[in-house]
Design a protein around this ligand. Structure first.
Ligand SMILES: *[C@@H]1O[C@H](CO)[C@@H](O)[C@H](O)[C@H]1NC(C)=O
Ligand SMILES: *[C@@H]1O[C@H](CO)[C@@H](O)[C@H](O)[C@H]1NC(C)=O
Length: 341
């Protein structure tokens, strides 16, 4: 009992830190971009250009990555990236449910060959290889993520930032990506539903109805980023923002972004995904005829997540086994969240 409770608590803290870190990233990135409004153009250019020299990846590492990207990519050079760490690989855990969703989703199984799992520790990497998936081991210099303590400390944040830097590398290599957390169930192929006219779209905890409204609360659980000069600049900038971290930040900064000349200058624009199609426990998509992905967000505790995601997949299976006319005319709704939220 004791050790179970301790483990669950650790998982919860990991998740919490992760969620807070990701949230902070977006907010900070926005804040930094906003602050730059007051700066001169040349300062901005200095900031971003000084970055070209900061790649962590050695040549050998980069070659291995390029090979994997080539293997996993769709014809239009897009890969699906999912991070994986030790906590999510246990039997019946999040990652099993994630893979299961591709199997029972509608026309999603074929997407698995385009999935590149980004393992953050050795155990996750070995597990991934054992499943015959495309696996990349994202190492972070001087950080041992197999050590339990790693997740609680600044080491964990290092890894989070490493990920942003890594995503920039992917874009620079010429590949576009859909980044997905493994607690997002893929129930329909999202590509036909993505906005065709933007190079940065992100899922939300709460969607307010307008895809450009910066009051939407992005969660970065699902990000579709097309390789372009704008997105590369944005990810450099995002990464750079870790140096200007200040304890005080305000989500309102996000709202100011739409007026930020620097975003316009580099031609960068946020576009927010509708929770009716890309839902989650924060704001469940009610119509199962529309839903493409479902995220176990707004959920504290790994066991609660697993509990509700299992039911979610059962809900989906019941729905898909209904006769088509009944599905279309009277689609049932989710019976979750239960333990979550
Ligand atoms: C970036 O801009 C340059 C020059 O405008 C162009 O040649 C190149 O294709 C662009 N790269 C991407 C990834 O869009
Ligand atoms: C699955 O996709 C096919 C082809 O688009 C469609 O005919 C069918 O109704 C879909 N099933 C569900 C459950 O959405």
């Amino acid at each position: 009992m004791d050790s179970d409770g301790g483990r669950e608590q650790r998982y919860f803290f990991r998740y919490l830190i992760r969620a807070v870190a990701l949230f902070t990233l977006v907010t900070l990135a926005c804040l930094v971009l906003f602050n730059q409004t007051a700066a001169t153009r040349s300062q901005f250019q200095f900031l971003t250009s000084s970055f070209s020299f900061s790649s962590h990846a050695g040549n050998e590492e980069l070659l291995g990555l390029e090979e994997l990207l080539k293997k996993a990519a769709m014809p239009d050079n897009t890969v699906i990236l999912s991070p994986l760490n030790e906590a999510w690989i246990e039997k019946g855990s999040i990652f099993d449910l994630f893979l299961e969703s591709f199997r029972i989703g509608n026309q999603t199984i074929g997407l698995l060959k385009h999935l590149l799992v980004v393992a953050l520790d050795q155990k996750a990497f070995d597990h991934c290889l054992g499943l015959h998936l495309n696996c990349y081991f994202l190492k972070t210099q001087g950080v041992d993520f197999s050590a339990e303590a790693g997740y609680m400390s600044t080491d964990y944040l290092k890894m989070v930032w490493r990920k942003i830097d890594f995503l920039r590398t992917i874009l620079e290599t010429g590949y576009s990506f859909v980044f997905t957390d493994a607690d997002i169930m893929w129930l329909r192929n999202p590509f036909p539903q993505f906005y065709p006219d933007t190079n940065f779209q992100v899922s939300c905890d709460k969607f307010r109805g307008n895809p450009f409204d910066l009051n939407n609360a992005p969660n970065t659980g699902l990000m579709y980023v097309k390789s372009s000069n704008q997105t590369i600049e944005f990810f450099k900038f995002w990464y750079k923002s870790r140096e200007i971290y200040s304890a005080k930040h305000d989500q309102d900064a996000l709202n100011m972004l739409k007026h930020d000349p620097f975003l316009r200058e580099i031609g960068f624009q946020f576009k927010f995904l509708d929770t009716a199609y890309f839902g989650g426990f924060c704001q469940p998509s009610k119509n199962l005829n529309l839903v493409h992905t479902m995220h176990a967000n707004c959920c504290a505790g790994l066991d609660n997540k697993i509990h509700d995601l299992k039911i979610l997949l059962q809900d989906w299976s019941s729905y898909t086994s209904l006769p088509e006319n009944e599905r279309d005319s009277h689609p049932p709704s989710w019976t979750v969240p239960q333990s979550c939220g």
